[in-house]
Design a protein around this ligand. Structure first.
Ligand code: AQP
Length: 324
């Protein structure tokens, strides 16, 4: 069975883009693949964060995975910082990674513009992410478009390590879902929807129905009145992609459905499909958090499995590099 690794960093409120671009794919893959999913907290601390609420954020992320349909009996679920093999392999991989390739990372360029302090951790983020992926001899990494470059650099680092020290790592492949791969902000369709930044730009998985209604009603639209999918109309194209991903209808079907109708009708219907898709996840998560023991049990069992698999790879890598 092919292995899948994917993760989200607990850097804010899980949003619709995270769900459509990543977590919903995980749910679809868990029956056909050997899946390992993580909450990558070490990645989240590379940008500004609040340590006081951080443990709750980590827990919320994992509970949302479960609420979205990830089954801990089928998958391995764990918290990244609890498995020290990740940081240890990252150090080894950093010795075969060049500063110039890290400087090319779009996400580093974008994120460093927003941060008060640009940390070495933020710069080295792709190396830690390569370790996350390579430790599990991963075949496939399902991510949104924005993370594609990071999976590609992980593959380059793996090839380089293998070239210098012998076959240690499997070369991972990225898996994107086209329509869902890049959900854009509701206030600026040229920017992607993100966990961080202004709240009204995104739909959080935790948003109550009335907030979802408010956010969609005030989402920016383009000039004109027609509901059409075109590059010149990025705002409506984004809302159509969200509609399609939430309803499983094709963009063509949706455009045909709203022929002759205006933005108000379209937005009313969009609200319905979003609430139908993510409302039950929000409600389930509220139920799950009442069970105090569940979270502890799942991360304990997941960590045991993750540690075992990753230790084998780490030892192989250290041996190949002459450290054992
Ligand atoms: N807008 C998006 N559309 C589709 N997929 C998305 N993902 C994130 N935003 C969108 C996918 O969600 C997964 C988790 O991402 P991450 O937390 O590791 O990092 P990120 O891409 O930086 O996520 P955010 O939400 O944008 O967080 P912040 O604001 O902290 O930077 C990835 O698979 C990602 O592709």
């Amino acid at each position: 069975m092919k292995r899948v690794f994917s993760a989200v960093r607990p850097s804010g409120e899980l949003q619709l883009g995270n769900y459509l671009g990543a977590i919903s794919q995980w749910v679809e893959m868990q029956d056909g693949y050997d899946c390992i999913f993580s909450v990558v907290d070490y990645h989240a601390i590379t940008t500004e964060y609040d340590p006081k609420i951080f443990p709750q954020k980590i827990k919320d992320h994992l509970l949302f995975y479960l609420a979205a349909g990830i089954d801990p009996k089928k998958c391995t679920l764990f918290i990244q910082s609890q498995n020290p093999n990740h940081t240890e392999l990252a150090w080894l991989l950093s010795t075969v990674t060049t500063v110039s390739e890290l400087k090319r990372m779009t996400q580093f360029k974008d994120k460093s513009k927003k941060e008060k302090i640009i940390s070495a951790g933020l710069f080295n983020y792709p190396v830690l992410m390569a370790a996350d992926i390579l430790l599990y001899q991963t075949d496939v990494v399902p991510v949104g478009e924005d993370q594609k470059q990071h999976v590609e650099i992980a593959a380059d680092i793996a090839k380089r390590f293998n070239y210098h020290f012998g076959e240690v790592f499997k070369i991972p492949e990225v898996k994107l879902v086209k329509e869902r791969a890049r959900i854009m902000s509701l206030t600026n369709p040229m920017k992607k929807m993100s966990k961080s930044g202004e709240d009204k730009a995104r739909i959080n998985l935790s948003d109550p129905d009335d907030i979802i209604i408010k956010k969609i009603k005030s989402a920016v639209t383009d000039s004109g009145k027609k509901i059409e999918y075109s590059q010149d109309k990025p705002a409506i194209a984004n809302l159509l992609r969200i509609y399609s991903a939430c309803s499983s209808e094709s963009i063509e079907q949706i455009v045909a459905k709203f022929k002759g109708k205006g933005y108000a009708d379209f937005k009313n219907s969009l609200v319905e499909v979003i609430i139908k898709k993510i409302g039950p996840i929000r409600d389930k998560k509220i139920v799950l958090e009442k069970d105090e023991e569940l979270y502890k049990k799942i991360i304990f069992e997941g960590l045991e499995k993750a540690e075992l698999i990753s230790r084998e790879t780490l030892e192989k890598a250290k041996r190949a590099a002459g450290l054992l």
